[in-house]
Design a binder for this molecule. Sequence first.
Ligand SMILES: [Zn+2]
Length: 105
Amino acid sequence: MSDVFHRPRDWAIRPERRLFEVTWDDGNVTEYGWEDMRRACPCAFCSGEGSYKGMVNADTKFNETQITLKEVHPVGRYGLTPVWGDDHDTGIYTFKMLRRAAGLE
Ligand SMILES: [Zn+2]
C-alpha cells in the first residue's frame, strides 16, 4: 500500500483488443477488459446505493453495445468517466479504484 496519489499520464481505448489502457505517472501500464470494466461500474444505478441493490452483478449479461467503450473523459483530478455504446456515462472510476483493480495499490 502506498499513500502516494498517482494519476494517469495518458490513456487509450484499444478497440482491436477491446481494452482500456492506462499509463500511470509512475510508469506502470494497466489494461482493463471492457466487459469487466462495465461490470464494475460504480454508479448508483449499476452498483446500488443504500437498500437499492443495483442492476448489475456477476451474472448480468451485457450486449455488445453495452460493453463497447466509446469515449473516456476526465472527472476533476481524481477519476475518469467512460461513455459506453449505450450512452451510459454515470460511472466515475477513481484513479484509486483503477489502480486497485490492477493490483497496484
Ligand atoms: Zn453504471
